[in-house]
Design a protein around this ligand. Structure first.
Ligand SMILES: *Cc1c(COP(=O)(O)O)cnc(C)c1O
Length: 374
């Protein structure tokens, strides 16, 4: 089949199906057997294969990463009025489910060493709010947070730890996969993530009983009975058997995607790392990142807006780093613990195009445009 490129735009990160057509094989199987729903072999297979990949005992395939965070909070027993710590520097999907549960977020600053939750700020927040019910930690752009210190603090204070690993599938901290340090971990297969099912998410945990409970909630909390019987609030959050087939195929090329993202990062760092005022995202010896989005900060005369505009003029996408939650109109009324680190990262940060379909010529063109600004 001849495929015409509709749009030559270079994206930050867009869907990239396997050359081998793995995804279609699983999807076709679902079609051929008319088993596109309910649940089914692809859903079971995707849960099993992802659990094996990351090293968790159990997994629940869901409609989105946001749904997975929501069910993690429920599984953690978070309810009305409970305090939940959340990094301020993240996508709103980390924080929204706290509100779904009528709980109260307290936003925690980042540090420059990891761009993720600052352990000192977390410790300060734990002193200030000893009644906190859960901590959500994020591994932004595929960089891992300082997990030894964060896990220790949560254990010491007896707080449930939830890892939002939506951006860090394929990232390892000291050889252990991110998303498996906390009581619960979540992954996302949204269209812009390192692998995608067009949309979807996964909740993982070593607590098989809690994962079974999450699956129950995700299918409208139907009690064991011939008739429809409900003794708890339910949700319609389960992944379909078609979507899970895409996920099984994508999982087969995850390592390839991580390799390409690493290549992209190294390319940029080599070409742009020495420019005046450029500082690349941090690297720590404990970290084996997936480099989902290659990012940097600018503190010299060239500003992020100069890069956004220069690239946009050539139909190339780039973006600022996440705008902190405590600066968002919807969330600014909630408490914030920290200094100005995440504000500075937002002010100075640039996420570079990190699409795995880019060629060396694309990368060369991008660095040429950027270098031209200096
Ligand atoms: C993408 C993302 C999510 C949400 O995942 P969805 O599958 O889009 O609901 C949550 N947290 C972070 C940090 C993300 O980047």
């Amino acid at each position: 089949m001849e495929i015409t490129k509709v749009n030559e735009r270079i994206f930050l990160s867009s869907p990239h199906m396997s050359d081998e057509g793995y995804e279609m094989e699983y999807v076709k199987e679902a079609f051929d057997t008319n088993w596109i729903a309910p649940l089914g072999e692809n859903v079971n297979g995707f849960e099993r294969e992802l659990s094996e990949k990351v090293g968790s005992k159990a997994a629940a395939a869901l409609t989105s990463g946001t749904a997975a965070i929501h069910l993690a909070l429920r599984a953690a027993g978070v309810g009305e009025g409970d305090i939940v710590f959340c990094p301020t520097l993240t996508f709103s999907a980390t924080a929204n489910p706290i509100i779904y549960q009528n709980a109260v977020p307290v936003f925690i600053d980042s540090n420059y060493e990891t761009w993720n939750m600052c352990p000192e700020a977390l410790e300060e927040a734990l002193q200030k709010y000893p009644e906190v019910k859960a901590v959500i930690v994020v591994h932004l752009y595929g960089l891992s947070a300082d997990m030894d210190r964060i896990v220790d603090l949560c254990k010491k204070h007896n707080v449930v730890l939830i890892e939002d690993a939506a951006e860090s599938l394929g990232t390892y901290y000291k050889g252990k996969h991110t998303g498996t340090f906390g009581d619960y971990g979540i992954f996302s297969f949204n269209g812009n993530k390192i692998i995608t099912t067009s949309g979807g998410g996964m909740l993982v945990s070593d607590n098989e009983e809690r994962i079974a409970k999450a699956k129950f909630w995700a299918t409208q909390s139907r009690d064991q009975a011939r008739h429809y019987q409900h003794s708890e609030l339910g949700f319609n959050y389960r992944m379909s058997n078609v979507v899970a087939g895409i996920g099984r195929g994508q999982l087969k090329v995850l390592d390839q995607r991580v390799e390409k993202k690493n290549y992209i990062y190294e390319f940029y760092k080599r070409e742009l790392g020495e420019l005046e005022g450029v500082q690349f995202m941090p690297s720590n010896e404990w970290d084996a990142p997936n480099y989902w989005l290659s990012s940097m900060t600018l503190t010299g005369k060239v500003r992020p807006i100069d890069i956004f505009e220069a690239l946009e003029a050539e139909n190339i996408e780039s973006r600022p780093v996440w705008k902190p939650m405590h600066m968002q109109p919807f969330f600014e009324k909630y408490e914030f613990v920290g200094t100005d680190v995440s504000e500075k990262l937002f002010e100075n940060g640039v996420c570079l195009p990190s699409d795995t379909k880019m060629t060396d010529a694309d990368l060369a063109k991008i660095v040429e445009i950027i270098k031209g600004l200096w």
